[in-house]
Design a protein around this ligand. Structure first.
Ligand SMILES: [Zn+2]
Length: 217
């Protein structure tokens, strides 16, 4: 296409021209700091989650560092409108993550705040999760968890209540006896993941594992 000639796709790190379905060139790809965490072994995500809620298994694909390429990749996905980055990150994940005999029953994504969704135009976890779902043959549900909507005034008034009940999120369906994989982009404090985790755990006799694109610590 003429546009490809005028505006070729470039590596987000070094600016080399790369094919349209890539975001980094081969050289920069080899510099990505993949964690190599084993889903079944203890790892820093599991250590952090375990302090917050009962967790089965955890996985993070890349290590997030200041001024790093990992940061640029996530930035590309979340703030530069390149939704397809989600598929690329999913492909990197499927090359590394093996659920062995313990495939989760369901993949669940963290819902975006409606304001952010409107601004971004897509939830950056959806294409990522759908790509994983297809590869591993595990169903997903983007609507199982809902973000409770508060107006600003309400939010201030209800802040105390919310802190007490932890009800920023709710589970929208009856769900029990499931092995659920909760999916988010970057693990930082774990607060969001933790409040969703408790909603899912309290909804029924469920088990919970966590998968994130990147670990920030
Ligand atoms: Zn490059």
């Amino acid at each position: 296409m003429i546009l490809d000639l005028l505006f070729p796709n470039r590596c987000i790190h070094c600016n080399r021209i790369v094919s349209g379905d890539l975001i980094v060139c081969g050289i920069c790809y080899s510099q990505i700091h993949f964690t190599h965490y084993d889903y079944f072994e203890n790892n820093p995500v599991k250590e952090k989650c375990s302090l917050l809620f009962p967790v089965e298994h955890t996985y993070a694909l890349i290590q997030f560092e200041e001024e790093s390429l990992s940061r640029k990749i996530i930035h590309e996905l979340k703030y530069r409108g390149r939704e397809k980055t989600g598929k690329i990150i999913a492909d990197w994940t499927t090359e590394r993550l093996d659920f062995k005999n313990e495939k989760p029953d369901l993949m669940v994504t963290v819902p975006l705040h409606p304001r952010k969704l409107k601004k971004r135009g897509y939830n950056q976890l959806h294409l990522f999760t759908e790509t994983l779902s297809k590869f591993y043959n595990i169903p997903f549900d983007h609507n199982l968890v809902e973000r409770n909507n508060y107006s600003k005034a309400q939010a201030l008034k209800d802040k105390k209540t919310r802190l007490e009940t932890g009800s920023t999120f709710s589970v929208t369906k009856n769900i029990s006896g499931k092995n659920i994989l909760l999916i988010d982009d970057v693990f930082t404090t774990g607060n969001t993941i933790s409040s969703i985790a408790w909603e899912i755990l309290n909804a029924g006799d469920n088990k919970l594992s966590v998968l994130v694109m990147a670990m920030d610590a």
